[in-house]
Design a protein around this ligand. Sequence first.
Ligand code: TRP
Length: 494
Amino acid sequence: MANTDDHQPHPHLHDSKGVDDYHVRGQFGSRLGFILAAAGSAVGLGNIWKFPYMTGENGGSAFIILYLICVFIFGLPVMLGEFVIGRATQTDQVTAYSVLSPGRPWGLNGLMGLLSGLLILSFYCPVAGWMLCYGVRMATGGFDVAGMNHEQIGDYFNGQMMTLLQANTPETWYVPIIYMLIIAVITGTIILMGVESGVERACKILMPALFILMLLMIVRSLTLPNIGGGLSFLFKPDFGKISWSTLLSAMGMAFFSLSLAMGAMMTYASYVDKKENLVKMALSVTLLDTAVALLAGLMIFPAVFSAGLDPNAGPGLVMQTLPVIFMSMPLGKIAGTIFFLLLTVAAITSSISLMEPIVTWLVDGLNIRRGYAAVMVLLLIVILAIPVSLSVTGDGLMVLNIRGLTSMPLFDVMSYLAENVFMPLGAIIICMFLLLSGWKRSAILQEAVGTEGTVTTAVKLWYWTAVTITPLGILFILLNSSGLLGRIQAYFAG
Ligand code: TRP
């Protein structure tokens, strides 16, 4: 990719060499570099850990269908919206809004995004830590299941939510915390060293490896005995189980999985060359992310039913199920170790994209040195993540569940607030920005296709969807699931 004069000849996504370089912004090394980084952000624990357990909690294939609808009518339009705003302004997500619409308070949406990024990181880092912990335990023979059949293995891992990781003794309560710290520090270090080289490399080699390993695991999962229940769970929709809150969860899940509505995609797009066609990029990232989520479902559910586990097990679902697949597979321990380590890498490329916007804002928006900014954010994440982690793994430390305020563990509070409140609101505001900011429609359309692209009907269709169906649909789901719409109707009905 050719670089304009004010970019370095060998671009790095970020340059942190010194004070004078603050405003020299890097660019991705190639078109592939950006797609990989965006896909690296999108593909993560959301696809492999969260999507299966949400599907399990919400009754299976009907949820998957809702999810797919949400991805295409809410997710894709918002992603392209973020790409367009980010690339047009080439700055942090708070400043971006005021560049395009000076003197108006749109930038608050950027700040809200940063807040939801912090909330997400507070539970994302601990979960990434669980994956790393499982990888280490697999490698060091920590799971002693010799001689058990796969149902007994299922029982073994079902014994507690996350056997062996479950910190229910005074001596081990800190284990999940240590793994969380490892994840947070690796994320911070990569951000300090410049995102591009690390993320690009990790995505180019390790993500395809994860993909291939998943395919092998699907084959094993589908050849386990008694998977009939799993297949009908996946492919026979039961729409009786759908409620407004299911729809809200499906929508939140779509935003989460595609890394939307907190500014991650906007920030990444701010480093993309003006020539690139953002429409194609948004489509590729969305399709890739969705494919990985569906494959994860195909990998998990046959094994869940085969081992007689409960699909409604919540956040521990994949922790119980994946070992069943590995332990009944040739070279399972090695495969399991590699899988959990690759999953950890996928989680880190995602947590980088959660942390990077906050650091970018501190650097570009507040002129703080990159090094200080990264350390500050890292400390903040750790302070938040410790109680969040303890709220699900520290037996006896459950006091941290903000008793009285809610019966949910802090862990669930964080994810509920981010996915079901802040992200839908943020998405609506991004859509409204495209309509009301004063930024010309023709300029928006041209930005979407890049300086060398032509605006087609499909691109116009995107714009009209993004400013009508998408925000109205999100609003409708929000109002319905919170019961507000019912109350309004009741009011008018007298
Ligand atoms: N999409 C990632 C996943 O599926 C998580 C993630 C990364 C994210 N960046 C984000 C979620 C920004 C919301 C916003 O695991």
